[in-house]
Design a protein around this ligand. Structure first.
Ligand code: HEC
Ligand code: HEC
Ligand code: HEC
Ligand code: HEC
Length: 152
């Protein structure tokens, strides 16, 4: 390989690497317990939803065999340690926005990874394929039994 070609390849690899690093995985997940201290109403209500119990349900399934591929939809970030469909599966990984000074400032919270879920968020798991039926976000928003109660 000529020296110039080699340098070009190196530079391209560097750009690709930087681009990959700027993705959603920029922010780390912290787990639902960290959100609980400031959002007790949402947390306690969420705990009663099937989302909170989704990993246990998948493990107890009798019509399918539990395997690693289930984690994609039955945990948060496909991580067994983040059991169930937690806050961050819908609101984005919270390491950088969970600080009070940032949370209080909506613009800064969004800039640090906070997400207000859209239909696309739901569709990521409710694909309409196999047993994962589609769910309508607008229809479910007020349904505390499906998502959580809305208060502070
Ligand atoms: C130190 C306290 C604190 C922690 C920890 C915290 N929040 Fe917040 N959060 C707030 C405050 C304060 C607000 C702004 C006022 C409000 O809506 O309660 C807020 C707002 C929000 C909003 C509404 C955003 C909007 O404007 O529509 C969401 C969603 C949210 N937080 C999710 C989370 C999640 C998920 C976590 C855990 C990863 C978390 N918060 C951790 C204090 C906190
Ligand atoms: C990370 C994947 C994931 C995301 C994101 C997700 N869900 Fe779910 N949802 C599930 C899984 C898995 C279950 C089944 C839980 C169980 O029964 O164990 C479920 C269950 C539900 C149920 C209850 C279904 C029933 O018949 O009991 C509703 C309603 C629902 N989700 C709506 C939504 C909506 C609306 C959104 C978007 C705001 C959403 N979900 C986002 C994975 C997800
Ligand atoms: C593409 C996302 C996705 C994958 C992968 C996935 N699930 Fe699910 N699962 C869902 C959703 C979404 C629901 C909620 C039910 C609905 O939408 O009607 C659900 C519901 C369930 C339920 C409760 C309701 C029922 O149908 O009995 C069980 C049990 C379950 N899944 C087991 C599993 C197992 C075991 C695996 C792995 C072999 C798995 N799932 C893989 C998305 C998924
Ligand atoms: C299945 C997706 C989903 C999960 C899981 C989820 N939320 Fe939400 N959350 C929503 C939706 C949808 C809204 C309403 C957004 C809107 O108004 O457009 C919302 C709104 C909020 C708000 C704004 C104030 C309010 O109550 O409406 C806060 C705060 C919040 N969520 C915190 C949490 C916390 C903390 C958890 C975990 C204990 C959590 N959420 C889990 C979907 C989810």
């Amino acid at each position: 390989m000529k020296r110039r070609t080699f340098l070009f390849v190196l530079a391209t690899a560097g750009i690709l690497f930087a681009a990959a690093g700027a993705g959603a995985s920029d922010h780390a997940f912290v787990g639902a317990a960290k959100c609980k201290m400031c959002h007790k109403v949402q947390y306690n209500s969420w705990l009663e939803t099937t989302h909170a119990k989704a990993l246990d349900h998948a493990k107890a399934a009798t019509d399918r065999t539990f395997e690693a591929a289930c984690l994609k939809c039955h945990t948060t970030n496909a991580d067994e340690a983040l059991a169930g469909v937690q806050c961050e599966a819908c609101h984005g990984p919270g390491a950088d926005y969970k600080k009070m000074s940032i949370m209080k400032d909506q613009e800064s919270a969004f800039a640090n990874g906070l997400v207000v879920p859209t239909q696309a968020t739901c569709n990521g798991c409710h694909t309409g394929e196999d047993h994962a039926s589609k769910k309508d976000l607008e229809a479910e928003k007020a349904n505390a039994a499906a998502i959580h109660a809305h208060k502070n």
